[in-house]
Ligand binder design. Structure first.
Ligand code: PEP
Length: 257
């Protein structure tokens, strides 16, 4: 039996400068401590903007705060003449463990194709980072193809050439649910997350499928997190807006099934 540690990941997007980040992380830490939250029962990941990473890393390290650090994107390249890009090796040196890849906002506003996403997954793995691979259908996709066809296709491309023993996380984020206040139902999330796990099984094998965490993301809040976590194939959540409010994010982390 493989048990998957629930993973609650906060994607700050382009919010909180490095000073605001310090105040936020301290507040979140103390809120959880006051509630005597068992830090080993749920893994907490923070995904600040690049410019906050060094500051947050120093704070986590100095205060022994048990949150994992991640970035919101990385370059397909390792170094060189790529103005404005950030290499996976720089992220790894800052103790980033995770990196979000293929978020719908990157796909939409930066025209990231499935092939670019796949190249970024390879770049993450080259530097020992765990890719958090985001997939999901738009409202138009949902109408035309149903819920699972687009995310399944996106994940198949992203996993091209990924070794069977790679450590990865998959996040199902229906685009129509992101920032809209209209979350998927737990049943919808379960259906697609189960299909995504089947993709992991067919590409990387049964062991990888049993071990890999599949998250749901899209308008997750403290009031709906438990309903998602009760689903067998939902192993956590990727949280945007609600991850910026310390009390609310702490309540999500402390979900009770
Ligand atoms: C996200 O951006 O990954 C996300 C899920 O956002 P929100 O929680 O705000 O819908």
């Amino acid at each position: 039996l493989t048990t998957r540690t629930p993973f609650i990941a906060g994607n700050w997007k382009m919010n909180l400068d490095h000073l605001q980040a310090v105040a936020f992380v301290q507040k979140l830490h103390w809120t959880l401590k006051d509630a005597k939250h068992e830090s080993d029962s749920v893994e907490v990941g923070l995904f600040p903007p690049f410019t906050d990473l060094r500051t947050v890393q120093t704070l986590l390290d100095a205060d022994k705060i048990p949150f994992a650090l991640g970035a919101q994107d990385l370059s397909t390249k390792d170094s060189g003449a790529y103005t404005g890009e950030v290499s996976g090796q720089f992220l790894a040196k800052l103790d980033a463990k995770y990196v979000i890849i293929g978020h719908s906002e990157r796909r939409e506003y930066h025209a990231e194709s499935d092939e670019v996403v796949a190249a970024k997954v390879q770049a993450a793995l080259r530097h020992g980072l765990v890719p958090v691979i985001c997939v999901g259908e738009t409202a138009a996709d949902l109408e035309e193809f149903g819920a699972s066809a687009v995310p399944v296709g996106q994940l198949e491309v992203a996993l091209e050439g990924v070794p069977a023993d790679a450590d990865i996380v998959v996040a199902y984020e229906p685009v129509w649910a992101i920032g809209s206040g209209q979350a998927a139902t737990p049943e919808q999330a379960q259906e697609v997350c189960a299909k995504l796990r089947e993709v992991v099984a067919s590409k990387l094998g049964a062991d990888a499928a049993a071990r890999t965490r599949v998250l749901y993301g899209g308008s997750v809040k403290s009031s709906n997190i438990a309903s998602f976590m009760r689903e067998p194939d939902v192993d956590g959540a990727l949280v945007g807006g609600a991850s910026l409010v310390a009390d609310e994010f702490a309540a999500i982390i402390r979900f009770q099934k």
